[in-house]
Design a binder for this molecule. Structure first.
Ligand code: SF4
Length: 188
């Protein structure tokens, strides 16, 4: 500190969607986690790391905005603890001082960890097309966009092996889907 508080390894610039302050999103995992956080000033570790934090990282939200959100709403958010968890572990904005890899996942992980997906407008098993879960296309877009920063990381090399094996057509569909979702992020 104080440099740590401004680190932004991926250069993320997107504003925090307004629904982070209301929970009014069709994505059930985010809606439930955010509404619970706003109401009780508390969320489980997985809700923080793998639902809200995961989405923010995949969507390229500015880490300053996410830091302010966590600091503002959680009862246990004291800055010296919160900032290492948010900017370091959750957003990998420090480039790996706290963690060794970014904590991101597609819908598959969220589906396994809870029951949000069974009551969602989106389908966790769909990557593209109508009702495809946004986490899926955003996940692969994240790896593609950040390839120069992540490809050499030994903990995530396998993701690039998988990505490199995908057909150009499939990748094009995935990345177009992700960009469509990002351009309409307020209405997800
Ligand atoms: S389908 Fe996607 S958006 Fe909906 S609850 Fe599951 S992970 Fe969240």
């Amino acid at each position: 500190m104080p440099e740590f508080a401004k680190m932004n390894y991926f250069g993320h610039e997107r504003a925090l969607p307004n629904w982070f302050w209301t929970g009014e999103t069709k994505m059930n995992c985010l809606s439930k986690s955010i509404k619970q956080s706003l109401e009780h000033a508390y969320a489980h570790h997985i809700q923080r790391l793998m639902v809200t934090g995961n989405f923010a990282l995949l969507a390229g939200i500015h880490p300053d905005a996410l830091d302010e959100w966590y600091l503002g709403i959680y009862i246990d958010a004291i800055e010296w603890v919160e900032i290492t968890n948010t900017r370091g572990m959750s957003q990998f904005a420090d480039g790996g001082i706290v963690g060794t890899k970014p904590y991101v996942s597609s819908a598959n992980y969220i589906q396994k960890m809870g029951n949000y997906c069974s009551n969602c407008v989106y389908e966790y098993g769909k990557k593209t097309g109508e009702k495809a879960c946004p986490f899926n296309s955003l996940y692969w877009r994240f790896y593609e966009v950040n390839r120069p920063l992540l490809e050499k990381n030994p903990r995530i090399g396998m993701m690039y092996v998988t990505l490199n094996k995908m057909s150009d057509t499939h990748k094009k569909e995935l990345f177009e889907q992700a960009e469509k979702y990002l351009s309409g992020i307020e209405s997800l």
